[in-house]
Design a protein around this ligand. Structure first.
Ligand SMILES: Nc1ncnc2c1ncn2[C@@H]1O[C@H](COP(=O)(O)OP(=O)(O)OP(=O)(O)O)[C@@H](O)[C@H]1O
Ligand SMILES: [Mg+2]
Length: 386
């Protein structure tokens, strides 16, 4: 649990309207997001959790299967039983984010004409680009966050984030996405007019005399239709960029505001934690409020948490003395192994605390048995998230 000089995680949750839950792949972001959201709803807040790609059974339990970008209410009494303590006014909605659907909305919002919109939707590249452009999923998560925050229908929006190789990818996504769109695969073929795209000049240059030789080479490899389609896509998309850029500015404003807190989920190992440190420092540099760590899957010392099966529960008999001694030895081995694990985890957690200081909450969730795939299991985590 946290040091006495640090706020509780619950206080952090209560004091903000947006929580961004970040961390590297597989550390438990989706699980922790859903659990924090459930806890806040039970405590009386109107909460929306925006998840990304939850495991099938968790998605079932959140009621979001087949419902993309749609806030779906969860009947907490039905899910947790009538005796669940639900403070008045508390509610939980869940939404599964869908990058493609958000892209479509973005195109509709920012295309300056029906013609541009149609050109984009009908372009073969659009389908692929909206799913695979670098930073696309992250950008779209932020876009949706801004939209849901603006509805004021929720006291708290908890945003799960996509798995990133580097947690900073999330933060840099808007810039990266802009750069990819602006430069494009053929960006070097397309001239800029006063630092912006000029679709007319782009077409002229792409298909003009100066580029004829290059075009011939590309055409030979890729086909004229491919090149034309790509150039058209890039020039149509360029029309969206001003709108998207100002929207990205609004996102950054929200992320930097007092309303927003970043929490990081990390595993207690050297790599995950050193990335946590880096992320913490970069957020501080960027003026973005970092408000705490959830260290997940901490291995408890022997005797804490789940006790392993004792040897005599697993085919050992206590009849012969030698067997009994061997059993005792095996228990000692297990004890030593678990003490070592717990020691290693503690060492890493202490290093993290030493670096980031005593003013943050550092909550620890132990490695639990089995999958955490429904609301009952998420509720079990609440005892640790304080
Ligand atoms: N404390 C825990 N004890 C045991 N299992 C856990 C714990 N936390 C999470 N898990 C399990 O680990 C798996 C990965 O968790 P989760 O999907 O929340 O991670 P994630 O960070 O969202 O992953 P991704 O980066 O792929 O989105 C899930 O099966 C989840 O049930
Ligand atoms: Mg996830």
């Amino acid at each position: 649990m946290s040091d006495s000089s640090a706020p509780d995680l619950n206080e952090v949750v209560k004091a903000h309207k947006v929580l961004v839950i970040c961390g590297t792949g597989g550390v438990g972001k989706t699980t922790v997001s859903a659990s924090i959201a459930l806890g806040a709803a039970l405590a009386g807040q109107r909460v929306l959790v925006m998840t990304i790609d939850p495991a099938k059974r968790l998605a079932d339990s959140l009621g979001v299967v087949g419902k993309l970008n749609e806030a779906t209410p969860i009947d907490l009494r039905a899910a947790l039983g009538d005796d669940v303590e639900l403070s008045e006014g508390g509610s939980l909605h869940a939404m599964m984010l869908d990058a493609k659907g958000t892209w479509d909305d973005t195109v509709r919002r920012f295309a300056k004409s029906q013609d541009t919109q149609d050109r984009i939707f009908n372009n073969n590249y659009y389908q692929r680009a909206s799913e695979s452009l670098s930073g696309s999923q992250e950008y779209m998560a932020m876009e949706r966050l801004l939209e849901m925050h603006a509805t004021e229908a929720y006291d708290l929006v908890v945003l799960d984030t996509p798995p990133t190789r580097n947690a900073l990818d999330f933060l840099e996504a808007p810039d990266r996405l802009m750069a990819v769109l602006e430069e494009g695969i053929l960006g070097w073929l397309i001239p800029k007019k006063r630092g912006r795209f000029s679709p007319v000049a782009a077409g002229a240059r792409l298909f003009g005399r100066g580029r004829e030789a290059m075009f011939n080479v590309l055409e030979r490899f890729m086909g004229a239709d491919v090149i034309r389609g790509l150039a058209d896509f890039i020039s149509a998309m360029s029309e969206l960029l001003d709108g998207m850029r100002s929207r990205a500015g609004e996102v950054m404003e929200l992320l930097r505001s007092e309303d927003c807190a970043f929490l990081m989920v990390a595993a207690p190992n050297r790599i995950a934690l050193s990335e946590g440190l880096y992320f913490h420092d970069r957020l501080a540099e960027a003026g973005i409020p970092f408000r705490g760590f959830v260290i997940n899957r901490v291995r408890p010392a022997f005797g804490e948490g789940k006790t392993p099966a004792t040897p005599w529960e697993s085919n050992w008999t206590r009849s012969g003395e030698a067997t009994y001694d061997a059993a005792v030895e095996q228990v000692w081995d297990e004890h030593r192994r678990r003490t070592r694990w717990a020691h290693v985890d503690r060492h890493h957690i202490n290093a993290l605390k030493a670096h980031c200081g005593p003013t943050l909450p550092y909550v620890e969730i132990p490695e639990l048995e089995g999958e955490i795939h429904d609301l009952d299991a998420l509720r079990l985590l609440l005892a640790y998230l304080e």
